[in-house]
Design a protein around this ligand. Structure first.
Ligand code: MG
Length: 163
């Protein structure tokens, strides 16, 4: 069995006048994440982790923010495309581990929803995905409430090694 690990990270600025969407879930808050797409920091980290594990580069190569096509794109749609691509290459997802760092809002009560939504989008069992939420202890831009970041680790496997 061919096992491959990928890691993805992302950070987006919190600004007024945008909906807050994390892990495909809209979360009530007075600010949202700035981005060319919907700014879904957790999904972007997951996409980079999947691409990394598959050896397929990074999110910017696949969905350039210079491209009008991805303006205000739903990141979950981009995730669906990436998952379909890696599945078509013979990869399957073993597990996903996602950490979201936000000082505010508290994400604890949304972790299960995010887990359910993401497992459904990428076609895995709930037991194959873990979602963690933490604050940044008041430190740096995240701790000051100016940004939210995410780190994702993804394990893929392929039954037979191939190109
Ligand atoms: Mg991003």
């Amino acid at each position: 069995m061919n096992i491959r690990i990928g890691i993805g990270t992302d950070i987006h600025r919190l600004v007024e006048g945008r909906p807050l969407i994390i892990g495909g879930v809209q979360i009530p808050y007075d600010k949202g994440l700035l981005g060319h797409s919907d700014g879904d920091v957790a999904v972007h980290a997951m996409i980079d982790a999947i691409l990394g594990a598959a050896g397929l580069g990074d999110i910017g190569e696949h969905f350039p923010d210079s491209c009008a096509r991805y303006k205000d794109a739903r990141s979950t749609d981009l995730l669906r495309q990436v998952v379909a691509d890696v599945y078509s290459r013979g990869f399957r997802i073993v597990n996903v581990d996602l950490t979201i760092q936000a000082e505010r809002p508290y994400l604890r009560e949304y972790k299960e929803k995010i887990r359910t939504v993401l497992s459904s989008i990428i076609g895995i069992e709930l037991t194959q995905i873990n979602v963690k939420a933490k604050t940044n202890e008041g430190l740096d831009s995240i701790g000051e409430g100016k940004a939210i970041s995410a780190i994702a680790a993804v394990c893929l496997y392929k039954e037979k090694a191939s190109k």
